[in-house]
Ligand binder design. Sequence first.
Ligand SMILES: [Zn+2]
Length: 358
Amino acid sequence: MTLIPLYGHEGLRARLSETVARGALPASVLLHGPPGVGKQRLALWLAQLLLCPEPSRPCGVCQTCRYAMALTHPDLHWIFPRPRSRDADPSAEEVVSDYGDAIAERVAAGGLYTPPSGSDAIYVATVRAMLRSAALSPALAARKVFVFGDAERMVPQEGAEAAANAFLKLLEEPPADTTIILTSSVPGSLLPTIRSRVVAIRVPYLSDQAVLAFVRDERVRRAMAEAELPADPHELVRLSGGAPGALLGRADAAASHARARRLLEAALSEGSADRLALALGSGAAKARAGFTETLDALTALLHDRARRAATDQRDHEAYAASAAIDVVDRARTLAQGNVNPQLITSSMLGELEEVLHG
Ligand SMILES: [Zn+2]
């Protein structure tokens, strides 16, 4: 099992190769660009380039390259948003095992995956586990590389200031044998303290030619068919607009988002009558189908609220938004059981109003 090859981005790859060959790649970089252009795949390629010991790298055939392409290289760490752990404070071992499973799943799909759901984030337990690995010497290669996908999902958490500061210090002055690569489609949502410590590199849209090669890859073709996308490669090129990865995740996101926004507005409005109407009304929460997606979208809105508040140093509001995320998480757990979505919505809105106004 290996990743699907990296398609396109030849110009950027040539520049990165040349920069690495000169030993001039900054220790902490940010790959940013539109969703679905392959930023994380490019970051993993860059990691392989940094780890491969051959003169013409990445050679693609040495043991390091083979391990890197199968994501089994112990010095290549891939971190991305995950669902919040059931355990309030998971151990580093639990975090590592969760990522092991998630990465195995992504590799089995060739490295194709849909965007993280609303509640997925890079939680502080993950950052702590990462800091622990960063403090160790590389296991096999001469260096270690950390790839943080969707890095804007790193959330500020109450009581986690020490880990956050240690992470910032690591970004600013990583050990000589460590490279950190962040990726983000919404770099404006990165905490300014993070953004100011990384060198930004823009990843452009793919050329039609590169998209065509990508969608003709056998494993991509299968994934597109499963997502019920058109089979004609040229039609896919047209639909993708240079960002073929985004095709896979394009679901009914807009509708869920609109429902979530109405729920949040009701919770903020302090009008219990509105709340009740919304909970019992037909539009918002009647159907079980789509309910989880709505809760995910609501969590995403709250994460956004927490980030904005943290950026403006409105700490109290940031913590309130974090507490609200917990409320939605509990509602999600109930929704997995056999509880009526209307009842869940009604009690969730009451709790949300309390924590958001508290
Ligand atoms: Zn190699």
